[in-house]
Design a protein around this ligand. Structure first.
Ligand code: ZN
Length: 83
């Protein structure tokens, strides 16, 4: 008789951290997009759009031209999103 395989459950304390310019952003995947949260609770969404990857941080939002802010560049550099 075969032994049943142990059931694996997701660890409740698992987290993906992006360290950027000395700040640790906690990352959470939501569908195909990412929420990145600073230690002070400020959260930005990095999402795939028809025209590429977009971020809703102030620098990216208030620039007239599409901008690859530091969040997008960082996520691209570690292979989380494609440019
Ligand atoms: Zn951003």
């Amino acid at each position: 008789m075969r032994k049943p395989k142990p059931t694996r459950t997701a660890p409740t304390d698992a987290a993906l951290i992006l360290r950027l310019e000395g700040t640790d952003y906690q990352m959470k995947r939501v569908g195909r997009d990412w929420l990145i949260r600073k230690p002070d609770g400020t959260t930005y969404a990095v999402a795939r759009t028809r025209s590429g990857v977009a971020c809703d941080c102030p620098r990216a939002r208030y620039t007239a031209e599409p901008l690859r802010c530091k969040h997008i560049v960082a996520l691209e550099s570690v292979g989380i999103v494609d440019g």
